[in-house]
Design a protein around this ligand. Sequence first.
Ligand code: SAH
Length: 226
Amino acid sequence: MRIDIITVLPELIESPLNHSIIKRAQKKGLVSINLHHLRDYTTDKHRTVDDYAFGPDAGMVLKIEPIYKAIEKLKSKRNYDEIIYTSPDGEPYTQRLANTLSTKENILILCGHYKGVDHRVREHLITREISIGDYVLSGGELAAAIIVDSVVRLVPGVLSDETSALTDSFQDGLLAPPAYTRPADFNGWEVPEILLSGNFKEIEKWQMEQAIERTKRLRPNLLKDE
Ligand code: SAH
């Protein structure tokens, strides 16, 4: 899988994607993540990427020309399955969408900044708009990092069996059951006895009951969505 990201702040995405599982996925060649600085697609000497919004509202908007140039250049090299714009008014991001994106070969993500991008970008150049939640960030970089992290860990071969995504929350429409490790007794706080029994069938049954109970209590909407 290849992911290209267009941004005015590549530094903000570099670090979150260069640790642990996502770093290893890149090293193993399972995924290639490429950052493109929007300023590299400007033609004026100040490398201007933004301008004042038309109308009375204060604030800057990312200009269409450099974005158009960047997207066209990348598109001339490969076909993108999705060209995503991160936006608070986009489709709410879910594990289901992460699953869908993890099956794609080439994804391009455009990060907004300031007041966002010139709306013509969204009307003509984008195939999908994604929001990571009902709150406003100062830029799309952290949203892009979240999307990439959650997608890359689902790419086959990225997670080992021990960290399998199949038992994670949301993957089966349920929250994950609680997990414990040694010591079995810490200051009198004990691990549920069943986990020490060695009876895997009973443990799995307990885990399923816990998952259902937690989902009913904490996120009942997940049970209704299905
Ligand atoms: N004026 C816009 C917000 C701009 S915030 C509005 O009111 O809708 C600046 C940039 O941060 C956006 O262009 C977008 O790329 C990113 N961003 C902010 N909040 C986001 C969210 N919840 N999900 C995804 N991207 C977000």
